[in-house]
Design a protein around this ligand. Structure first.
Ligand code: AHG
Ligand code: MN
Ligand code: MN
Length: 320
């Protein structure tokens, strides 16, 4: 018999009453997923395609759906009294949610894969939750300079051919699919495992001439150990496919200017850290291109970027 997210969460609460806050926040995140999913499905009908005409702190053009999703995360989660602060790819600074009783902080990529919105390809929302540091003010950036290893909850919502909620609070990876008729997330896989067989590698091949020699060598090994290239151009979609089907996803530092000023693209707090937790919990690995486990990196700044290789553990070990 199919289990709803609600049943799953209530069972968890029965067995682990100490997880009350985490259970409540998963219910809230699921609601956010349903709201963004509904908007995403109507993006072509409701003038939600295209750019908002603004840029974020990283000087990236914001899509209308980026802005909608960010405002929703901020306003909805601000009202739940579970979170003391929020950090987002779309916010310059940490947002103090003015909930003095709250014991957690949350980091978001509200809408990942923005370039795919207008073409009806997979996009997502990524989240990462830490305990609030007691000795640091709620709105202080240091709340978000905690290593991935200290995450208590991480996951994503994938708005693809169906909407899926995938998360971990440290006992494996749980995947749910939204039944739009019922308006409920239904359990698809209680313990997702990355398969040993690894058919896919995923990399933006247009960047191949613009990465370091060391990364070229790692990439060569990854290409040799896999059969096919698959690339959507949204981390959530590409990670999800490779987690389900087996594969390795590569985001090295890139320099297209010829000045050898290589820079990574993905953000540690909003993208790499939460995905690394899911990868490890599903039996895979996530490292930076120097071989350091993403989960062990202590962020030095809020919007820090990091190179990422994520997926099949054996291949990543051979390539690092
Ligand atoms: P975002 O839309 O949140 O800015 O993230 C986009 C990221 C990632 O999801 C995607 O895989 C990558 O950017 C694609 O970058 P390129 O098009 O430069 O390969
Ligand atoms: Mn992103
Ligand atoms: Mn984004």
């Amino acid at each position: 018999m199919t289990q709803t997210l609600q049943q799953f969460l209530l069972n968890e609460l029965r067995d682990h009453p100490e997880k009350y806050a985490l259970v409540m926040m998963m219910a809230d995140i699921a609601t956010i997923g349903k709201l963004i999913s509904a908007r995403t499905n109507r993006a072509g009908l409701t003038d939600l395609r295209g750019l908002a005409g603004t840029t974020n702190v990283q000087d990236e053009a914001q899509a209308k759906l980026d802005v909608y999703s960010n405002d929703l995360c901020k306003n909805y989660l601000g009202s739940t009294e579970l979170f003391a602060a929020m950090a987002s790819e779309e916010e310059d600074e940490v947002v103090d949610l003015k909930n003095p009783g709250a014991n957690y902080v949350i980091a978001f990529d509200p809408l990942d894969g923005s370039s795919n919105i207008d073409v009806n390809a997979g996009i997502g929302t990524i989240f990462s939750v830490h305990k609030k540091l007691d000795k640091v003010p709620a709105g202080d950036e240091r709340q978000f300079l905690q290593p991935g290893r200290d995450q208590v909850l991480a996951g994503y919502i994938l708005y693809g051919s169906s909407t899926m909620l995938v998360f971990s609070w440290g006992d494996g990876v749980h995947a749910f699919t939204l039944d739009v008729d019922l308006g409920e997330f239904l359990l698809s896989d209680a313990h997702v495992k990355i398969p040993d067989a690894s058919p896919y590698y995923s990399f933006n091949e247009a960047y191949a001439p613009y990465i370091t020699e060391k990364d070229q060598k790692a990439l060569k090994i990854i290409r040799e150990r896999t059969d096919k290239l698959r690339w959507i151009g949204s981390l959530v979609g590409d990670f999800h496919r490779n987690m389900i089907k087996g594969g390795v996803l590569v985001f090295p530092a890139v320099d297209t200017s010829g000045k050898k000023n290589y820079k990574p693209k993905l953000r540690l707090n909003y993208e790499a850290k939460p995905m690394a937790m899911l990868a490890e919990q599903a039996g895979g690995a996530a490292v930076s291109t120097d071989g350091t486990a993403i989960m062990d990196i202590i962020p030095r700044e809020l919007h820090e970027r990091v190179a990422l290789i994520i997926g099949n553990k054996k291949i990543i070990k051979e390539a690092s």
